[in-house]
Write a protein that binds this ligand. Structure first.
Ligand SMILES: [Zn+2]
Length: 223
């Protein structure tokens, strides 16, 4: 077996995942973004409070051809770049969404976002007034940490817009009022974002969510 993702250096693990997801058509072209949190070791001076950072895919690069140097490290709190291998590299345009996830979920160590046809199809007919999309009560729902018989579980739905900051603000606002039932969210016509306490857990959860999205898309096509 290949080394578990959690045993790889952060950017090496994200390169592995990007190639894998690209090969499945989940990160076509430059679409999607992946990140891993780096814990702040703690204050080094009385006037400095700890601030976590995260490595995220640099903007505009083809996901099937990433290397471990194609990442930028930014602050969870302010999104400011603190480390990069190429001075011209910019963090992913959707970095603000990762910031919101890391701020709301202290246990989240990785956040993965993909663009898939099935996820877009799965919510295509869900009315705009519906903010929580019911997920099918399939065995695979256990992959999202739900261990109940016939669970009633929903996935938070958000509107897509060209202004990523406003999507991030909508997620932030909604999660301040009510945390999601599963470690995932969906932006309509765009794709899912999934997080986990380890990068391997986040990876496994993306597969579970996409399984459920594929099921919903195919179930609707049968009607
Ligand atoms: Zn996206």
């Amino acid at each position: 077996m290949k080394k578990p993702l959690d045993q790889l250096a952060p950017c090496a693990a994200l390169v592995d995942i990007a190639r894998d997801f690209h090969a499945r058509g989940w990160m076509p072209g430059t679409a999607g973004n992946l990140s891993i949190r780096v814990r702040d070791p703690g204050p080094v001076a009385a006037d400095k409070s700890p601030e976590d950072t995260f490595w995220i895919t640099a903007s505009g690069l083809p996901k099937g051809r990433l290397e471990a140097t194609d990442f930028v490290r930014v602050g969870v709190r302010d999104g400011a770049v603190v480390e990069r291998f190429d001075v011209s590299a910019r963090p992913s345009a959707e970095s603000a969404i990762h910031q919101v996830i890391y701020r709301h979920f202290a246990e989240a160590m990785a956040c993965l976002h993909v663009h898939t046809v099935d996820a877009c199809l799965a919510c295509a007919d869900v009315p705009l007034s519906v903010l929580e999309m019911p997920l099918p009560a399939l065995e695979m729902i256990k992959g999202l940490g739900v261990w109940q018989q016939n669970p009633l579980v929903t996935l938070p739905l958000f509107e897509n817009t060209l202004d990523v900051a406003s999507i991030a603000a909508a997620i932030d606002w909604r999660f301040k009022g009510m945390l999601p039932m599963v470690p995932a969210l969906m932006v309509r016509g765009h794709g899912v974002t999934v997080w986990g306490a380890t990068v391997q857990e986040a990876y496994n959860r993306v597969e579970a969510v996409e399984f459920l999205m594929s099921y919903l898309a195919r179930a609707q096509a049968r009607k």
